[in-house]
Ligand binder design. Structure first.
Ligand code: LMR
Length: 344
């Protein structure tokens, strides 16, 4: 063989090897190394029970998968507002959310609004008895045809009210424009008080209160404090008339497509993050209330038992009124699990 022939052959062999290496190695290596990204969008501040729960989930997942799964958190409606984030989840633009249970109506799963019935939970244990049992599981099943899988319930305590006038008696609500989440039960609740409900995205709340587009709102102290709404609301009433909780949900196709071992790791991480989020909710809300009180910007009033009874008298008819929307069996299942006995 001539020298030039040997050289040409060597070049060919080397070239073929390089081409093979490039064609095999590049895409496969890239694919193997690219982390699985979970975009987790939510509407509240990082320094809230939900924000901290999401952060804990991210840390546990990234640690335990050695970075194979990356959880990107997008708090404060940075990516999407309430309604948009649901659509983004269905489209797969984000993989994970933790919306309030009061926000599933527009998706067509109105039964979640049963959690908004006034005074239905006497305490957190009553709420958990519902979410941890068959009612919680059945509600999650209703999400599946929508392309969504429910993974966990996170608790965030009881609602209080705020406005620029004291709210002790039902009559104090007459004509007040009150911002609500997109729940027909909350709409009925505000109407039963004589107020005018207005559905609005959480991200728009502060501005709307400040500019007077709405007069007041209901919510939990950790949200009032972190969104600074208490700075533009002279009065706050501790009424515990309603309850706020979240469903941690994922895009079902994404979830089902994960490698089984990854899914198991994520499930375990979420169980721990759930325990954590639920454990801190009460303290976080008490602390937020203390900080609101200390600011001197809002007067905090707690309803007397007699006033609570007055509110109950006005609000309990909402349970009956919502029977057609929520379904009697759903309401009764929640009553049973929560140990709620309706007055005859
Ligand atoms: C609200 O809209 O008031 C709440 O659902 C916000 C939240 O996620 O806590």
């Amino acid at each position: 063989m001539t020298h030039s022939l040997i050289q040409r052959r060597r070049r060919l062999v080397l070239g073929a090897a390089a081409a093979a290496a490039a064609s095999i190695a590049l895409p496969t290596t890239l694919r193997a190394q690219a982390p699985i990204i979970i975009k987790f969008s939510h509407v509240v501040a990082p320094d809230t029970p939900k924000g901290k729960g999401a952060q804990r989930f991210k840390e546990l997942v990234e640690q335990r998968t050695n970075g194979k799964v990356k959880v990107e958190l997008y708090p404060n409606s940075q990516l999407y507002k309430d309604k948009e984030e649901m659509e983004a989840l269905q489209l797969g633009s984000v993989q994970m959310l933790a919306p309030s249970l009061a926000k599933f109506g527009p998706l067509g799963v109105k039964e979640f609004e049963v959690f908004d019935l006034p005074f239905i939970f006497k305490d957190t244990a009553a709420f958990r008895a519902v979410t941890d049992g068959p009612v919680g599981a059945d509600l999650f099943k209703k999400l599946e045809p929508k392309g969504i899988k429910g993974l966990a319930y996170w608790d965030n305590g009881f609602h209080i009210m705020s406005a620029n006038k004291p709210m002790h008696h039902v009559a104090d609500f007459k004509g007040l424009k009150m911002r609500i989440q997109s729940s027909k039960v909350l709409d009925a609740q505000m109407r039963a008080l004589g107020a005018i409900p207005q559905v609005m995205a959480f991200s728009e709340l502060y501005q709307a209160l400040q500019s007077g587009v709405v007069d007041g709102c209901e919510g939990v102290p950790s949200n009032f404090y972190t969104q600074k709404t208490y700075e533009v609301q002279k009065h706050t009433t501790i009424s515990n008339h309603g309850h706020l909780a979240y469903a941690v949900i994922v895009n079902k196709k994404f979830w089902d497509g994960l490698p089984a071992d990854v899914r198991t790791t994520l499930e375990a991480a979420l169980r721990e993050a759930t325990t954590y989020a639920n454990a801190i909710a009460e303290t976080e809300n008490v602390q937020a209330l203390d900080k609101m009180r200390a600011s001197g910007k809002t007067t905090i009033y707690t309803l007397t038992p007699a006033e609570t009874n007055e509110w109950k008298t006005a609000l309990m008819p909402v349970h009956k009124e919502m029977e057609a929307r929520l379904g009697k069996p759903t309401i009764e299942a929640v009553y049973k699990a929560a140990g709620f006995v309706p007055a005859k």
